[in-house]
Structures are given as C-alpha cells and as structure tokens.
Design a binder for this molecule. Structure first.
Ligand SMILES: [Zn+2]
Length: 693
C-alpha cells in the first residue's frame, strides 16, 4: 500500500516532469480550459507543473538557503534562475498561447497591449508572492529550533513532543497510549521521560492542546518525576486536575495557567497562542508558536467543522493571519490522512439521534466515548425533547459530564437527571441512559449490562442500544463480543449500519489541504500517526505546493533542527514506553512484562535438585514441573528426559564448578533450554533451583 503510493508519486512526478515540453504544444486547449474555468488554477502554477515551478521556487529559496549544489544540477531551472523573475517567464507562455489560440478560433481579436501585459506581469508577481508567504521569513535570522517527538509518531496516541530554542523548551502535550495484547497485565503506556530529565533546566512550561487521554493521560506520571508550569484551556486543565486528584497530586494544580484563546503568552523566549479548533472534545486548540527562527503552527488534533454543536467554528482567521505573515514550519494531524474528502460535522450525529429517538419505543441506552461531550450533549437534548429522564452511568462519563456542566458546556437543568436506582420508577419510554463501554471494555457499564452483571440495569428486548462510536484499532474483537451479547439479550442495537451514527474527530484530506493552503509553510512535519499516515499526509502536502525536500517523516525520538534555511535530523534521543498497572497506578518493570510474555507464549519449567558435593551426583530424585509446555500425560516422560540430561551434565562438569552456585544454575538453564528448543521448538521460562549438599 505504502510502497505503491510512493511508486505512484514518483511516476507522477516523472510524468509531470515531461509534461511541459511534450504536452503544452499539442494540446493547449485542455490547459486553457481549466485555466478559464478555475481561477485558482492560475494561482497554482506551483502545483500544476509541480517539480518544475516548485523547483524553480526552491532554487531561489535554496540559494537563500544552503543547498546550492542540488539546484545547479538542473539546467532547466538554472536557466530560469538567471532570469530575475523565473516564474513569470515560465507561466506567461501558456497565456500567450491561450490568446493566439482563441484568436484563431474566434474572429473578434483581443489586442494585448503593453498596459495589459504590464498588468498581467504584475498580477503574476502578486500571485507568486501570495503563494509563497514563507519567503517573508528573515533568512538571516540566527534562530534555531529543535523539535523532538517523544510519542505519537509511529503510533496513534501517546502524543508528546519537545520544542526547544537555545535557552528555552516547551513540552507539547503529555499523552498516554494503550498496550497491545502481548503486554499482559499492562493497562496503559506512558512515554519515557528520560530526555526531559536531561533538559529540565531549560523547560519553561507544558503546553496542553486538549483534554484527550492521548494528550494528557501521562501528566500525573510526569508530575511524579518532574513538575513544570502547565498552560491550557480550562476544560483541558480541569481534566488534568481530576487525574491529579486521583493520584494524590491535588496540590499540583497550583502549576496551572488558564489561557485565553487569541492571546499570546511568553513562555521563556517562546511565544505561544492557542487557536480554537474543532475536534471530538470541547475546548480543543491548535498552537501558533513564535520563535526567533520563525513561526511554527501545530494543528494538534483537529477537524474543520463548519457547523459545530456549540457554534464556535475553527479559528481559521488566525491560521490565515499567521500564514500570511509567513510560517516556517507546520505540524499537522495525520490520523485520517487516508480519508479522502471532508470529515462530517458533529451535528449530523444529532440528526441521526433524532431518527433513532423517534423509532425507540422503550428505553434508550446510548454509549459513546466519555470525552465526546458534544455527542453526549446532543443525545441528552434529544432525551429532554422526548420527555426522557437522563441517567449517566460509568465513572469517566459521570465525571466528564459533571466537569462540563460545571464549566457551562452542558446546559441541561438538574431536574432532567436521575440516579441509577431511580430508573425503575419511570416507564420505559421516559428513560435515556448515557453510558460508557462503546469499545466493549469488559469493566464498563454497558458490558456489565450485556452480561447481566449490572446491579440496577437489566436489559430488556424493548431497549434500544445506540453505539455512537467506531472501534478503535485493536478493540474490534471486544466490540464484536459486546455486539454478540447485546443481540443475544434481544435488544435493538443501532451501530455502524446506521449512517452518521458516528463521525470522526480528525481531518480528512480536504481539511488537511485547507490548512496547508492557509498556512503555506516552508517546512512541513506531519505528526500524530503511524508511518503510513504521515507518509500519506506528506503526499497531500506535496500536492499543496510544499517542496518534498522540505518535508521530514519523523519517528519518536528523532530530533529535528529547523532554521529559516534548513530542516534536518540531528540526532536520536531515548524514547520508549513505561508500563503502568492501573489498579495501583504503579510502574511495571520491563522484565516483568517480558517474563509474562514468555509465560503466556512458551510456558515454564521448574527444576529443583540436590547435588552432592562429594560425588557430583543428584541426591534422590529431582522435582521437575512444567506449565504450558507439555501436556499432563507426558509429564513423566519429560521428567525422565530432564533427569538424564542433568546426570549427563553433572558427569561432564568440572568439580570446581560446584563452588559457583549461580554459575551451575545458569549452566543447567542453558542445557535445558537447548534441549527444549530442539525437541519442542519453544522458549519457556526455565527456573533451576539447585541445592549443593
Ligand atoms: Zn484528540
């Protein structure tokens, strides 16, 4: 898939490279048509003859910059470069052709006089300047920025990055991620903070973009190691505060700084503005970060919702403002970079709820992500409209609704809410239950209802269960399991077969393009995604006029240096994940998780034996037990094998070896491992316990 894409893009480039010479002459009509139909097309000389004109620009820029040798290779462009205005020359040709062609077709002649020519030239210059606002960046600036993702690249989730100038550093988000099925007993993963320790004196603050777990979930774990001022919007900080309270860090809310959107904050020598965006959580923001080197725009998670539930659209005006001033580098959300088109508005889900609430005869049980409060709010409004009382079930859901009501984001009167024990007092068509568990989490309320383990809510065939979510990759099996249980219970399930029952919170390609075109950055670093997501986003950026040499595909731990002249990877820093057990909020060491993996996959062999110092022989019978390696009925046979193995080993052992107790155990482990690998093709955990008597 990925390599295909690469091939395609390469092929495309080759074709486009050939285009100007081959295609221009024989078929000017096509070009002319599209130009007259779409005025933007003119604005896009960069895109149309991408490598050529973009290269032209780059050359100019790279001359300013430091990559001279590369552009000299290209004779075509060299020629243009000698011209004071290379682009005007390249693109003026089609226009004259345009005219001569129409002259031939139509009888009324347009005289192209000098004034017209001058105007054309001037317009061309304006257009060119408009398309490359980053050329306004002071190329002589000595400013230098280092950007280091510590999470969120090569993965979905766990977002965390560091942006540094010479004297200051800011941390952007401190998110957690989820383990895969091989990490037994691990509940969450938090980024490795080692690098932060090495630059802790430089760090001036933590910048929070929004309150999703994959952006704030690791905050308590960071604060147990290092504390810095935290900047964010009220909801995001309130959600961090909830976490701090759970972790006994109540006092640390003194580090909070509530920011106002559209205001610029000085954090060390870095200026940060929070720009309102639209996403699947309220109060989400993008960032404008100004440094001596230039301006950086970080979209953070976003989509562009023109009809958001609260009416506050994404602040595209600020994007345009910074874009026009000239942006050195754009970091943009790649989560949905494979999705063509636009992501739908959150409000379409409300319309779906209208239909589903109309159809529901009994109780309505709605489940979604507990952080998607606009989604929950829309369901609640429908509940109120249909004369239903609202019962919120599930710890995270209750807490989020409480926080959002306190902040005024959910404006529903107390009288509409009931407690779970009151549900039975109302008739079925007067009840709306809003609950957690849309991912099939076994401990969540919905799953407990489905397994008939919920204390208060027993499912009935008259119930309608709405799952307003999609399965996050990795959760498909548990969601499917939940579906089976719900269908078995006989309820009406409304899930993904209902159109617009769920919409994503991340931008599709057309939204990514809009951001790229508003910002028109010199450099582009796609973030938030696995490699295939950022690679696809890079392609979209190239289509939108960003030079492919100005795009880097990063992995966690890559440190990238950005100056007005260049972008390059300078080094790698230590990254990784720390395993967390949610039951006690404690770290699980790597070797514990490795042992668990071994146990789960290859079983265990226990050997307890006594060896006589006098004659190097086994005293009595060794006790050999295995779990998860050989079936019970073969236990005896296996023990016999082990005995023979031990005896042979002892026979060949040097007498002085008995003095090194640990050494003997290691040697026995090695011998047993060799045998088991040969006979069983497995690598079990081997625990020899040897007594020398
Ligand atoms: Zn998010």
């Amino acid at each position: 898939m990925e390599s295909n894409n690469n091939e395609n893009s390469q092929n495309q480039e080759k074709k486009i490279d050939n285009k100007p010479t081959r295609e221009r002459r024989p078929n000017p009509h096509r070009q002319n048509k599209s130009q007259t139909h779409n005025p933007n097309r003119k604005a896009n000389p960069n895109q149309k003859s991408e490598p050529k004109t973009v290269d032209g620009n780059i050359h100019e820029k790279e001359v300013n910059g430091n990559k001279k040798p590369q552009h000299n290779k290209n004779n075509q462009n060299k020629k243009h470069n000698t011209n004071s205005n290379p682009n005007a020359k390249t693109t003026s040709k089609p226009y004259s052709q345009n005219k001569s062609k129409s002259k031939g077709r139509k009888k009324n002649v347009t005289t192209v006089n000098d004034a017209m020519k001058a105007s054309m030239k001037e317009n061309k210059l304006v257009q060119e300047a408009r398309m490359t606002p980053w050329k306004k960046i002071n190329i002589a600036s000595k400013g230098k920025v280092r950007f280091t993702p510590l999470g969120g690249l090569g993965e979905i989730g766990g977002n965390m990055a560091v942006l540094e100038t010479e004297n200051s550093a800011i941390i952007i988000d401190v998110g957690m991620s989820f383990p895969d099925e091989t990490m037994h007993g691990v509940d969450i993963l938090v980024p490795d903070f080692s690098y932060l320790h090495t630059i802790k004196n430089k760090i001036k603050g933590i910048i929070i973009t929004h309150g999703h777990e994959d952006h704030i979930g690791a905050m308590p774990y960071l604060f147990k190691e290092l504390k810095f001022p935290v900047y964010g919007t009220p909801l995001a900080l309130a959600m961090i505060e909830n976490k701090f309270n759970e972790h006994g860090l109540k006092a640390d809310s003194k580090y909070f700084n509530f920011v106002t959107k559209r205001k610029v904050y000085d954090i060390g020598d870095i200026k940060v503005e929070w720009i309102h965006n639209t996403h699947s959580i309220i109060d989400a923001c993008s960032l404008a970060i100004e440094t001596e080197a230039g301006t950086f725009i970080h979209t953070a998670d976003f989509k562009i919702d023109h009809t958001p539930v609260d009416g506050y659209t994404m602040d595209l005006q600020r994007y345009a403002y910074y874009g026009d001033k000239g942006v050195l580098c754009l970091f943009s959300d790649s989560t949905n970079s494979h999705n063509p088109g636009f992501t739908k508005s959150e409000t379409v889900v409300g319309k779906t709820f209208d239909k589903l609430f109309d159809l529901a005869k009994g109780r309505v049980i709605m489940s979604t992500f507990s952080s998607n409060v606009h989604r929950i709010y829309q369901a609640m409004q429908r509940g109120v409209d249909h004369g239903r009382k609202i019962c919120v079930i599930g710890r995270s859901m209750e807490r989020n609704i409480e926080t959002n009501r306190a902040l005024g984001f959910v404006d529903i009167e107390d009288k509409h809410f009931i407690e779970v024990h009151e549900v039975s007092k109302y008739s079925e068509n007067e009840i709306l239950i809003v609950t957690t568990g849309s991912q099939g989490e076994t401990m969540a309320a919905l799953n407990r209802m489905a397994t008939d383990e919920h204390r208060h809510i027993k499912l009935k065939p008259s119930d309608t269960v709405i799952i307003s979510a999609s399965a996050i990759p990795g959760n498909e099996a548990s969601v499917s399991k939940l579906m089976n249980l719900l269908v078995k219970a006989g309820v009406t399930v409304r899930y993904k077969e209902v159109p617009d029952i769920h919409v994503s919170g991340h931008a599709g390609q057309e939204e990514q393009k809009l951001i790229l075109r508003l910002v028109q950055p010199k450099f582009f670093l796609p973030v938030h995604g696995e490699y295939n997501h950022i690679a696809k986003h890079a392609q979209t950026a190239i289509e939108c006029g960003v030079d492919k040499r100005n795009i880097l595909l990063m992995s966690d731990g890559d440190q990238v240096e950005i100056t007005p002249k260049f972008i390059k990877k300078v080094k790698s820093v230590k990254t990784g994940k720390t395993y967390i057990d949610n039951q006690n909020n404690m770290t699980i060491e790597n070797d514990v998780v490795l042992d668990r993996q071994k146990l789960a996959e290859d079983g265990i062999v226990n050997i307890v034996a006594q060896i006589a110092q006098s004659n190097q022989k086994i005293v009595g019978k060794p006790v050999i037990s295995t779990h998860g390696l050989v079936p019970d009925k073969e236990d005896k046979k296996f023990s016999k094998e082990m005995e023979v193995l031990l005896e042979t080993f002892l026979l060949n052992m040097k007498p002085e070896a008995l003095k090194d107790h640990r050494g003997i155990e290691n040697d026995i482990r090695a011998v047993v491992r060799k045998h088991v690998v040969r006979t069983k093709k497995r690598y079990p955990l081997i625990i020899p316990t040897i007594f020398i008597v």
